[in-house]
Write a protein of this length. Structure first.
Lengths: 295, 768
């Protein structure tokens, strides 16, 4: 049994925004796979909810005219993973969301909910971070465009005002074109788990596939929010792909991370994983891009 | 034997897979009230007062009971047969609700409400004033700090301690040329994780308290509820429907005593007390954490001259099964390698940890982890072959354990080892993997075990069975022990059909136990159902057959000695001459105008024997050193459980046990906040129970012996498959990396710490 006070049912985005403007303390309910857990634990007892789950206008994925990939926030993880646009142009995102929970959770859970929840272990968030996603946020006041890089404010906190709603996640064409990514979720078991550490890497190689044009590395659980590692990305730019370079990348990522010790894992252990996963994910991404690692 | 050893479908399979099978909460009567327990938020101290004013304001609250209201009676909860000898009785150390708080989440008050939500809300609004004491989670600390003992009756915090010495240890170690190897091994707190959380409901009917609960031990729960409430035992009735797993957790009185009391508070209205998953983790029972100090003196030829064990067992706040597990572990240490001088010492102490109780294989997975790891450490130290160390020293046919008199009536252990070795190519690979380098390495490991079948002579072993012949020649069978998913109902049907001489479809097993009508049996535990309850089934079936034949003899003017039952027909013995059918006998005995005699039998078997089951695990693994991960490449259990009754369900038992063993070896352990004693991972997200994706292909094989004491040549199988997995994996890691890891499970962070210590992973300076 779930202890909530009122459930408002929105039939359109406009109505959802109006309801939110009138009840700013109320929470938007999408798939519910985070909120229902919190209510059951008593953390949100007596909460008001605005159900947006039936709003199909917030659901779906398309390749826009400008070449950007637009993902609506209510798209389920299953639909993200199965969508032809994702499979063709951004397969790593599908692979990442396929590591979430189990089939039931992936059917009900939404990508928008995953990033608005604001936790550093969110598997979709790490890859979206690695691809410089751009968010479209709406309210009764209008639409606001925000780089995803600026969205996470702290653990569980995101830049979303009390009357705002995430309406779209966009990956610009330049960000995904000729780019190959790999995601490694490190967790204690192969399903039904949250990441001890998540690492999403993507590369754009030079034409001859011998050197790196662009490298982007994002981590989950390496800091209170999903983060990028600019120092490692910078040092890889234009470099010839060698085993020594991979090792340097592994060392460089350590300079931009800030993992904590918790009862779930120690800082030292997470640092070990960060270095190792950065190297392994980079190697895999390079292989997907058609490159090879020279000794 | 025609039926024993075949593989008919489980008798409960259809109902269970189609959702027709009824479990406790499926049977809840309409308008039942819901109860919720308030659990303490301290681990040690006293409840001084409650403020219930806000809780009473919650709409729908019917009653609130606190630790100051319950009967001043201490009662036991362990699912052991009661003893008429006071010194052997289980410890009575808990009340229905407790003022003296002994562990985090102790039961201190309860709310009965019209809805679950109202009960939850009211529990949340109860304010408690505590007087706190320092939290003690460690056994040695508990033994040292006795200023405020957890239980007045035990001022030294010791639940019990026992010791034994076989031969003269001090004399034995004087022998020249011995190598001494010692080690300390640690096993953590783990949970059973049965799929159906602890839950029950209770109501009053005809002046009696009726409790419906998926317990392993309905007759024992009846007695314990009577003890807890101070009510005559005959006024308590326990009904046990299907249950979703027990693994020993339900070999304890859990929600039943308080639930029974709560219904008496509301005039006998039905009250349900359903624990959440989290409560099932924190507030029921766990597997004992144990620490072992082991020492072995080994001769150059690999024979053991002397061995010594000290085991410290962490009981948690309440006695439950208490010292029985540490004593069992200490006994198994002696039995496994009964050579040379052996001495053992076992201590069980109260701490502020959650209460530990029975769990699959009852202390033996702990000692097997310690002992079998230790054997490979001896091998590492001396260079002696691990298989040789085992085969040279292990228990042999005819062994009689001194202190318990339990005798080895049959053993296929040597053949189990051969079969495992052959499957894995162990010896060759062990040498090939000895000196590897690089980040990814392979290793092989193995472990053996012995396991006694049933609990005689430590406890009473008794079982009663009733069989009633129907007019159509079929029969109802009632067994006091319980179906808990292990397949007991199916093997009892097979045994009955085999012994009476009827086909399987003629045997209707009454799965549900009702203590008002079900014959007495102590319950489903100790892998005793096919052995002890099986003896009672066999004895009752023999009586049923005799009665049918006696009546058939009257009908056919023959001597019963000349008759037999084959495939539902009465035949001339040793011929296929059919005289009449069992149905003819049933109809005539029921409706005869001159000699009606309703054929029914009930027999008790008082079991006064025991025997050992054996087995091995062999495994090959791959270790990813930088990522601190273990991958199982191959794993096989080979068991000597005597004659296998049902090949399919036996394999199922082995697979399930191996899965639990893999969890114990690689994934599962509880974490606690050292300051408060709160369990940190009491949920299925943070407690890493394996998923199907984590489960490797499991191989199961049997070496069938014919045990002369088993009713059909059989020995225990329910618990044993769990035992050898964790040490086999641990020994494989040793083979792969050269690192001895003496605590289970071998989860990634433990591997990280061990590999850093061993220099396989570089130590990080304070980098960032």
């Amino acid at each position: 049994m779930y202890n909530f006070k009122t459930l408002y049912e929105a039939t359109s985005v406009a109505e959802a925004l109006k309801l939110k403007a009138n009840h700013p303390e109320a929470l938007f309910l999408a798939g519910g796979s985070d909120i229902l857990i919190k209510i059951r634990e008593g953390r949100l007892a007596g909460v008001d909810l605005i159900n947006i789950y039936m709003l199909d206008e917030l659901r779906g994925i398309c390749l826009e005219k400008d070449g950007s990939i637009l993902i609506r926030p209510l798209t389920s993880f299953t639909d993200v993973a199965m969508h032809p646009v994702i499979k063709e142009h951004l397969p790593v995102l599908g692979e990442a969301v396929n590591t979430i929970g189990g089939p039931q959770i992936r059917n009900i859970g939404t990508i928008g909910g995953n990033i608005c929840n604001g936790v550093p272990s969110a598997d979709s968030a790490i890859t979206l971070k690695a691809y410089d996603a751009v968010l479209e946020i709406v309210s009764t006041e209008g639409t606001r465009i925000l780089p995803y890089a600026d969205f996470n404010l702290g653990f569980g906190k995101v830049d979303l005002g009390p009357t705002e709603l995430l309406a779209g996640i966009r990956i610009p064409k330049a960000s995904w074109e000729n780019t190959y990514g790999h995601y490694i979720k490190y967790s204690m078991r192969k399903a039904m788990d949250i990441a001890t550490l998540g690492c999403s890497v993507n590369v754009k190689l030079a034409k001859d596939k011998q050197s790196i044009d662009q490298l982007r590395i994002a981590f989950g659980v390496a800091a209170p929010i999903p983060i990028r590692t600019p120092k490692a990305e910078e040092l890889a730019k234009g470099e010839t792909i060698t085993k020594a370079l991979i090792d340097r990348i592994g060392e460089a990522v350590l300079e931009d991370v800030n993992p904590r010790s918790s009862w779930r894992a120690s800082k030292e252990f997470r640092l070990q994983l960060i270095e190792e996963l950065a190297k392994r994910a980079t190697v895999e991404a390079i292989k997907k891009a058609g490159g090879t690692i020279n000794v | 034997m025609k039926i024993i050893g075949s593989s008919p479908d489980r008798v409960d399979a259809f109902d269970k897979v189609t959702g027709k099978a009824k479990y406790t909460s499926d049977l809840l009567p309409p308008h039942a009230l819901e109860a919720k327990v308030l659990h303490s938020t301290i681990a040690n101290g006293w409840v001084r007062e409650f403020d219930l004013s806000e809780a009473w304001k919650v709409e729908g609250v019917v009653d609130i009971v606190t630790c100051f209201d319950v009967p001043d009676i201490q009662y036991p909860t362990a699912g052991h047969p009661w003893s008429n000898v006071p010194a052997k009785q289980d410890i009575s150390d808990r009340k229905l609700l407790n003022t003296r708080v002994r562990c985090y989440s102790d039961d201190i008050a309860a709310v009965i409400a019209e809805t679950e939500l109202a009960a939850i809300e009211a529990v949340r609004k109860i304010k408690v004033v505590y007087e706190e004491l320092p939290v003690i989670l460690d056994v040695k600390e508990s033994l040292a700090n006795t200023a405020f003992p957890l239980h007045e009756e035990r001022p030294d915090n010791i639940v019990n301690k026992t010791s034994y010495e076989i031969g003269d240890f001090e004399e034995a170690i004087k022998e020249k040329g011995l190598t001494r190897i010692s080690g300390t091994y640690d096993c953590p707190v783990v949970s059973h994780c049965h799929i159906e959380p602890a839950n029950s409901f209770a109501y009053k009917e005809a002046g009696k308290i009726v409790i419906v609960s998926g317990t392993q031990i309905p007759h024992l729960v009846r007695r314990m509820v009577g003890q807890a409430l101070g009510v005559e035992w005959g006024k308590i009735r326990v009904i046990k429907p299907y249950l979703g797993g027990g693994f020993g957790n339900r070999q304890d009185a859990l929600t039943e005593p308080l639930n029974a009391y709560l219904t008496t508070r509301v005039g006998g209205r039905p009250v349900r007390l359903a624990y959440t998953r989290e409560e099932t983790f924190e507030c029921t029972r766990t597997r004992h954490a144990m620490t072992f100090d082991l020492t072995t003196y080994v001769r150059k030829d690999g024979s053991f001259a002397a061995r010594e064990l000290t085991v410290y067992s962490n009981q948690g706040g309440y006695a439950s099964h208490g010292h029985a597990l540490a004593a069992n572990a200490a006994n198994a240490f002696r039995m496994m390698y009964p050579v040379g001088a052996i001495r053992g010492k076992a201590i069980t102490a109260y701490t502020n940890m959650p209460t530990a109780g029975a769990m699959r294989a009852y202390g033996i997975p702990q000692v097997a982890f310690a002992l079998e790891s230790h054997i490979d450490d001896i091998s590492k130290e001396t260079g002696l072959d691990p298989l040789l160390l085992r085969t040279k020293n292990m228990m042999r046919l005819g062994y009689v354990d001194g202190p318990t008199t339990i005798t080895c009536h049959s053993t296929g252990l040597a053949e189990c080892i051969e079969k495992g070795e052959e499957h894995l190519d162990y010896s060759r690979k062990r040498l090939a993997y000895a000196d590897q380098s690089g980040p990814i390495r392979r290793g092989v490991g193995m472990a053996i075990f012995c396991y006694k079948t049933g609990v005689y002579p430590i406890s009473l072993e008794t079982s009663a069975v009733r069989m009633i012949l129907n007019q159509d020649g079929s029969m109802q069978v009632q067994v006091g022990a319980t179906e808990i998913g292990q397949g007991a109902d199916t093997v009892w049907v097979m045994m009955t059909a085999e012994t009476v001489g009827v086909t399987l479809d003629k045997v209707h097993l009454v799965s549900k136990q009702d203590t008002d009508v079900t014959p007495y049996d102590t319950g489903a535990y100790g892998s005793r159902q096919t052995y002890v309850s099986g003896m009672a089934v066999k004895k009752t079936a023999e009586s049923m057959k005799r009665k049918i034949l006696e009546y058939a003899a009257l009908m056919t003017n023959k001597d019963p000695m000349d008759l037999d039952i084959v495939d539902n027909k009465i035949v001339r013995k040793n011929t296929d001459i059919v005289l009449i059918t069992v149905k003819d006998v049933a109809m005539e005995s029921c409706y005869s105008l001159t000699n009606s005699n309703h054929i029914a039998v009930e027999e008790t078997h008082h079991c006064s024997d025991n025997t050992y089951a054996f087995g091995v695990c062999f495994t090959e693994i791959e270790v990813d050193i930088p990522l601190c991960q273990i991958k199982i490449l191959d794993i096989i259990n080979v068991h000597d459980s005597g004659r296998i009754i049902n090949q399919t369900t036996a394999r199922g038992q082995v697979h399930g046990g191996m899965s639990m063993g893999l969890g114990y070896g690689l994934y599962e352990y509880h974490k606690f906040d050292p300051k408060t004693g709160r369990m940190l991972n009491g949920n299925l997200l943070d407690y890493k129970l394996m998923t199907p994706l984590d489960t490797p292909t499991l191989h199961a094989a049997f070496v069938e012996t014919d045990d002369p004491t088993g009713p059909y040549g059989n020995k225990s199988l329910g618990e044993p498959p769990t035992i050898p997995i964790a040490p086999a994996i641990r020994n494989a890691v040793l083979n792969a990396t050269g690192v001895s890891i003496n605590s289970n499970p071998l989860h990634p962070e433990r591997l990280f710490d061990s590999f850093v210590e061993a220099g396989l992973i570089k130590q990080r300076s304070e980098h960032v």
